[in-house]
Design a protein. Sequence first.
Length: 439
Amino acid sequence: MKKVHFIGIGGIGISAIARFLKEKKYIISGSDIKQSALTKELANSGMKITIPHDASAISANKPDFVVYSAAIKENNPELIQAKKDGIKCLSRKEALPFILEGKRVFAVAGAHGKSTTSAMLASLLDGSVIIGAISKQFGSNMKYCESKNVIFEADESDSSFLNSNPYLAVVTNAEPEHMEHYDYDLDKFHAAYRGFLERAKLRVINDGDEFLSSLKIDSIRVKKRDISDIKMVLRDYEPYTSFNLKNLGRFEAYGMGWHIALDASLAVLAANCEIGLELVRERLKEYKGIRRRFDILVARQDYALIDDYGHHPTEIATTLKSAAQYAKLLGVSKITAIFQPHRYTRLKANLAGFKECFRGVDELIVLPVYSAGEEPNGLDLVAEFSAIDGASSVIFANKIERNGDFIEFSDNFGVRHALKDGLVIGFGAGDISAQMRGI
C-alpha cells in the first residue's frame, strides 16, 4: 500500500485529490502552514496532518512520493527534506497524469464559473468528482465511486489543465487571469486553452467569449441567444433560475442570475452527450449550489447575509447583479458589500476593475489584503478605495465579527458598526469566509 504526502494539503483543490487517493486505498499524510476547518476534516478522516510545515513530517511519514501545491516554494522544509531523502516529488500539475490515469475525464475549465459548472455536472453524471469547491449536494469537494468517469475541475492558473487528459472538455470562458504564469503573454495564455480543448474528444464551450468564439474547432456551443426567458424565483428564501435552452425546453437550477443559466446550459449540454435529456432535466433539480458561491448564510424578509468566493472584478460585478435581483425579490433596498482583496499582485493588476465593480452598492467595507504568502507591494488601500464612484459610503476595518445573524466591526477610527438590515455580502478567497461565519 503506497504512501503519499501532500505539502499544502489545506488547499481546496489539492485536498480533493488527497481524498480521492485515500478512497483508492493510499495512505495519505499532509501538511499546511496553518490549521483550518478543512485540515481538521482531513485529520478526522484518518490522514496524519502536520501544522505548520516541518521537515520531520517527511521522516515520520516515510512517503513513497510527495505531491506539493502550486503555492509551495523551493525553500519549503518538507520539500527540501524529501529531495534530500531521494523521494520522488511531483507538483500537483505533474501528478495529474498519474491520478487520472485510465479515467474518462469530464474536465471543466475557465476563469469564472468553473466550480459551479463542475458541481452542476457532478449532479448530472455518475462518476467520481474532484472539484475546487464544496458541493452542498454531497458535502465535499470529492465524491468517489467505482467508475471510469471523473468529473474534474481543471485549473488554468498553472496550466495544469493541460495534464488533465480530458475526454470531454468544457470551457466557461477564457478571460485573462493568472497571467504571471504565462509571462504576461496573451498568445501563450490562449494557446494553453486551445491545447486543453484539442486534447479532448468532445467539447462544450461558451460561444459568448470572444476568444472561444474565434476557435475553428468542432464543439457544442452555447450562444447568448440560445438562453431565453430567464426567470428568478424564491422558494423558502432560496433562489432559483429557470430558462429555456435552444429548442430543448425549460430547465431550472439553484442560484440566481444570467451566469447561473449559462453555467447550467454548459453542464446540461455536456451531460446530454452521455445521458438522455429528460434525466438531465430532473437531475439538475438536485443541484443545491456550492459553498462560498452566493452562499446564503441567513435569509428573511428584511435581511440576508451572503458569503461569496468572488475575488476578481468580473466575478464580483456579476454576483452583485444577482444580489440586486435577490434583494428585490426579498423586498430589501440596501446592499452592503464587504471586500477582502486576495493577493497583492491580483489587486494591483486589476485595481481599476475592483474600483469599478462595486459601483452601485450602498456601503462598501474594505478589509486588509489577504496576502496568500505574497509580500506587500506598497499599494495604499485607503488612498485607492476612499472614494468609489457610485458607492454611497466606504469604510475601512481590520476584521469583521459574526454576532448571531449579524455582522459587527470596528472601523479604523474605532467606531463600532452593526449590519442588521438589507443585503450584506462578503467577497474574497481568503479568510473572510471564516469571519462571516464566526469560525
